[in-house]
Write a protein that binds this ligand. Structure first.
Ligand code: NDP
Length: 486
């Protein structure tokens, strides 16, 4: 029997669950059945105020701990998450509909990796000594920013809450996290686990709500930084609202990333990479390589092998560990994806695989491939955020690089080739922040993750994330008399 997904209460503030039924109800719908499995309430202005006050009041004492002490809390939380991986994975499956086959290996585990990694780094966040003439010197200190707000998308609710929370807390900030209204459950568990691991009350708070709650958090003067994972249109709104008060931002936004497969590629590996980059999590991954440029010479073989491999997908109950392809997160998201499939047909692309709803309960849809896609088609230009792969033909290296870069986005990019120098040459020319050679979509916590151009600002994970959650203060120290002109 899977766990009961109902949360203790809607919000988590100051180290405890808090309810306020005056907020608009938000139903939590299980994507696999369409059943309502829980309900939370959107944060009222009082709840938002309480959460921000709790985070503000807790921040100075949290920052005054040594980095090692803060890190110990994060590392304990990582251990608890690993010990409870099954329970957390089932909750992630209830929240998102992603199959347990994925969530058991990717969600709480990558969240725990972030807690462990930034827990380890916390004690090493030191300043610099910069010598100056005459024995003078400058020293630097790394200061936390204060209260950080995290705004999450619905595709990886556990992971996103920790990719933001772990570096923020490691640096001595406190956080108010607002999950997507579609997936409100997992972040509450993260907050509960952090408390159990020893995080003082107020250090990590969760409030529920729609965009209006996110907007209220973004514009509040108590907030020093906003980190969003979401779509480009939301990113533009949040970035400009934050700019009005000169707040720091991290923007992890959408993409339409190119995956370039040359004719000398190992075909089986390329097909595997294209599967990971288009159909994992039912295609609901920001970094997906959804514009698959396939060299003309191997196009037929590629499409044939893709179809054979997709025939092997096990579509069904996400709680069954044999299932490898689950439903879309919501009926609304499935409608958006179906709209793009219609557009693809209308604009003359060849529907090479799938394309239909799977009848019955839940938001199921077939994995879908379009071939003969051209650069100007809507399905080649806009982010679909569903299991729809667009295959585009190419012949020349220069041509494919120019076409790969002809997009407002710049999150990811990949190349499959056995030619070593070509692999590095091509990937160096792709304007994207997170790239792959002969694989796709791996996101280890030790490596920076994030986008260029319209896909965002700043990086998550790795030591780079420290720069996003702290600022450097320089202090000039004179060891000599002060010389003034008069
Ligand atoms: P949205 O942009 O719709 O929402 C993201 C979050 O922002 C949600 O919590 C949302 O609340 C909130 N929000 C919406 N409007 C505002 C506002 N005006 N002010 C403050 N907060 C607001 O994204 P989705 O949840 O639909 O997620 C899908 C998108 O996320 C895709 O475009 C995808 O590419 C991107 N994404 C990017 C990733 C990356 O790392 N680059 C990773 C994963 C996804 P609510 O939805 O509850 O209304």
């Amino acid at each position: 029997m899977p766990i009961d997904p109902k949360p203790t209460a809607s919000h988590y503030i100051n180290g405890e669950y808090v309810e306020d039924t005056a907020g608009t109800p938000i139903d939590v719908i299980y994507a696999a059945t369409g059943e309502k499995i829980a309900q939370v309430h959107s944060a009222t202005p009082e709840i938002i105020d309480r959460a921000l006050n709790a985070a503000r009041d807790a921040q100075a004492a949290w920052a005054a701990l040594t980095g090692t002490e803060r890190g110990r809390v994060l590392r304990r939380a990582a251990d608890i998450m690993r010990a409870r991986n099954r329970e957390l994975s089932e909750l992630e499956t209830y929240d998102t509909g992603k199959p347990l086959q994925e969530t058991l290996y990717v969600d709480a585990t990558s969240a725990a990796d972030a807690l462990e990694y930034f827990g380890g780094l916390a004690g090493a966040l030191t300043g610099e000594y910069i010598p100056q003439p005459g024995g003078d010197f400058v020293y630097t200190m790394r200061k936390p920013l204060g209260v950080c707000v995290g705004l999450g998308a619905w595709n990886y609710p556990t992971q996103i809450s920790c990719w933001k929370g772990a570096p923020a807390l490691a640096c001595g900030n406190t956080m108010v996290f607002k999950p997507s209204e579609t997936t409100p459950l997992c972040a509450l568990k993260v907050a509960e686990i952090l408390t159990e691991a020893g995080a003082p009350p107020g250090v990590y708070n969760v409030v529920q709500g729609l965009g209006d709650v996110g907007a209220a958090l973004t514009t509040d003067p108590r907030v020093a930084k906003v980190s969003l994972t979401g779509s480009v249109p939301t990113g533009k709104k949040v970035y400009s609202a934050a700019a009005a008060q000169m707040k720091h931002v991290t923007m992890e936004l959408g993409g339409k990333s190119p995956l370039i497969i040359f004719d000398d590629a190992d075909l089986e590996n390329a097909v595997s990479g294209a599967i990971l980059g288009n159909f994992y999590s039912t295609g609901q991954v920001c970094s997906n390589g959804t514009r698959v440029f396939v060299h003309k010479a191997i196009k037929a073989a590629f499409l044939k092998r893709m179809a054979e491999r997709l025939d092997g997908a096990v579509i069904g109950d996400p709680m069954d560990e044999a299932t490898s392809f689950g439903p879309m997160v919501s009926a609304a998201q499935r409608e958006i994806v179906l709209g793009y499939i219609e557009k693809g047909k209308e604009e003359g692309a060849t529907l090479a695989y799938g394309g239909a709803v799977i009848e019955g309960p839940g938001n199921y849809i077939q994995p879908t491939i379009f071939a003969d896609v051209t650069d100007d088609m809507t399905i080649a230009r806009e982010e679909i955020f569903g299991p729809v792969m667009a295959v585009l033909d190419f012949e020349e290296e220069d041509e494919v690089i120019a076409r790969a870069n002809d997009t407002e986005f710049g999150l990811s990019g990949g190349v499959f080739t056995q030619d070593l120098t070509r692999a590095h040459r091509v990937i160096a020319a792709v304007d994207a922040g997170t790239c792959y050679i002969n694989t796709y979509n791996l996101a280890p916590v030790e490596a920076p993750f994030g986008g260029m151009k319209g896909s965002g600002v700043g990086r998550e994970n790795s030591k780079e994330a420290i720069n996003s959650y702290s600022e450097v203060k320089a202090v000039y120290v004179a060891m000599n008399d002060v010389e003034a002109p008069f």
